[in-house]
Every structure is written in structure tokens, then in C-alpha cells.
Design a protein around this ligand. Structure first.
Ligand code: IGP
Length: 265
């Protein structure tokens, strides 16, 4: 049986094929070279985490395979400005349309409206997507270890580094963590949501956190739903958090809730 992740990777292959037909590599490389300079993603997280506050990567997604509709008609710029005003370190913007309702057009509009660094959150399976990400202003890209093999992960990582972007390497079990630690990126995410089974458990971050040495930075991802989740994960040393659905649903108190999470201890 195909998992949700398998299905996504299948249509990503079609998207990559279409992109390669549409735009030449040279053209995209030129656009990437002309894009606005990278904003340091990892350094923005560290500036807050090193002061012992919670460095938040706040996410914009209209829907997801696990949650269904989150905020279908959301104005992404309005939400991004709430996040920035509340004190988010960085933003994560889903650019996948079929499953998450996002786009690179959203990404670009948001980046023009805020000054904090941004992660292009998508399913990367080919270097051309990384170049495309930079051409649209991305400061960081995501590598999902459960979606690709080590060779491809290394290639995508090198491509992002060459373009000056940071890389968030996502894991969700011990084997993936071991593979992730062979890549040079200091930013190691632990996804509490199993993308194959679509179940979320904060215990995943607690279990994997001890595998990181002090030269790596743990980012706890998914299922963070209140200050208590943050307080729980701070106990295993996490000071960096990626939060989507719960913040999306906070309505008019969104900025205040960001500040509350940032200061939770
Ligand atoms: O909405 P949540 O449970 O706060 O999760 C945010 C983020 O971690 C989640 O969207 C995510 C983590 N890794 C991903 C990979 C692909 C798509 C989405 C994700």
C-alpha cells in the first residue's frame, strides 16, 4: 500500500519533469544569482536560542494530509506579519499545492512583506527544486530523510550550500538520524509526525534528542500545540521549534500566542 508520502513523491516527480521542460537550468541559475541575498536562517534561530528563549519557526499552510483544511482562505501575508510581530525567529512556508494548498507565488509575496528568514517547505527530490527555491528568495530548504536516499540527500545538501542557503535535515527515527548526521548541516529536525503513518508523538523528539552532539542544533517539529509542549521539549534541550497548525488556528490572538510560546519555560 502506498503511504501519503509515497503519493506526494510520485507527483513531485511529475512536477520536476514539468519544471525541467518549462525552464532551463541556466535560466534558473541566473534567476538564483539575481535573487535577493540570503537571510541567515540558522543564525536567526541561534540568536534567540542562545539567549535561552524559544526560537520559533512559524509555519504557513492552508491544509495538510493529516489535518485536512486548516485555514483554506487564509491571507498568507497577514499571518506572516502576525508571526513576525509576535517574535518568530523564522518562517516556514509550504509551497506544495496539491496536499498543502501553498505555492512559490505565496512564498515570494510573503518574503517581500517580512524581514525574517524563510524556509521553502516542500518535498525536494532534485537539485533543480533547490535552485528554484533560491530563485524565489528561499533562505533555507528542507531535506526529508525518509523520502530520499543518502546519495540524493548529499547532492541536494551540496546544491543548497553552494547557493548559500541553510539546510534543515528532517528525521523521525534512529536510522534516519544516523543518516542525517553524515550530512554537514548543523540544523537537525525531528519530526514528531510520522509522515508515513500520520501519527504525532512528542516522545519522538525526546527519544532522538540524545543522539545529537553539541555541534548540532535540534529542531522539534510538529504536534506542538501549547506552551506545555514547549516546556516538555525544553527538558531534553530543545530551544528551536517548528509550529504550524496550532498557530494557524489562533485567529486574532496569533501574534500574542507566538510571544507566549517564545517565552515559555
Ligand atoms: O502543523 P504542525 O503539527 O505544528 O507541524 C508543522 C510542521 O512540523 C509540519 O508541517 C511538517 C514537518 N515536516 C514536514 C514535511 C512536509 C510537510 C509538512 C511537514
Amino acid at each position: 500500500m502506498k503511504t501519503a508520502l509515497d503519493r506526494i513523491i510520485d507527483y513531485k516527480r511529475d512536477e520536476v519533469r514539468a519544471l525541467k521542460k518549462d525552464r532551463s537550468l541556466g535560466e534558473l541559475e541566473n534567476a538564483a544569482a539575481a535573487a535577493s541575498p540570503v537571510r541567515g536562517f540558522g543564525s536567526a534561530l541561534s540568536a534567540i536560542a542562545d539567549a535561552d528563549q524559544n526560537a520559533l519557526i512559524c509555519e504557513i499552510k492552508r491544509k495538510s494530509p493529516s489535518a485536512g483544511d486548516i485555514l483554506p482562505g487564509a491571507d498568507p501575508v497577514e499571518i506572516a506579519l502576525d508571526y513576525e510581530r509576535g517574535g518568530a525567529a523564522c518562517l516556514s512556508v509550504l509551497t506544495d499545492m496539491p496536499s498543502f494548498g501553498g505555492s512559490l507565488a505565496d512564498f515570494e509575496t510573503i518574503r517581500a512583506a517580512v524581514s525574517i528568514p524563510m524556509l521553502r517547505k516542500d518535498f525536494m527530490i532534485d537539485p533543480i527544486q533547490i535552485i528554484e527555491a533560491r530563485a524565489h528568495g528561499a533562505d533555507c530548504i528542507l531535506i526529508i530523510m525518509s523520502a530520499i536516499d543518502d546519495t540524493l540527500a548529499g547532492e541536494l545538501h551540496d546544491c543548497a550550500s553552494r547557493l548559500g542557503m541553510d539546510v534543515l535535515v528532517e528525521t523521525h527515527d534512529e536510522a534516519e538520524m544516523e543518516r542525517a548526521l553524515r550530512l554537514p548541516s548543523p540544523l537537525i529536525g525531528v519530526n514528531n509526525r510520522d509522515l508515513k503513518k500520520m501519527v504525532t508523538d512528542l516522545g519522538t523528539t525526546e527519544r532522538l534528542a540524545p543522539m545529537l552532539s553539541s555541534d548540532r542544533q535540534l529542531i522539534a517539529e510538529s504536534g506542538i500545540a501549547d506552551p506545555e509542549s514547549i516546556i516538555r521539549l525544553r527538558k531534553v534541550g530543545s530551544r528551536r521549534f517548528l509550529i504550524g497548525e496550532w498557530l494557524m488556528k489562533q485567529g486574532t490572538s496569533r501574534a500574542e500566542q507566538v510571544t507566549r510560546l517564545k517565552l515559555a519555560c
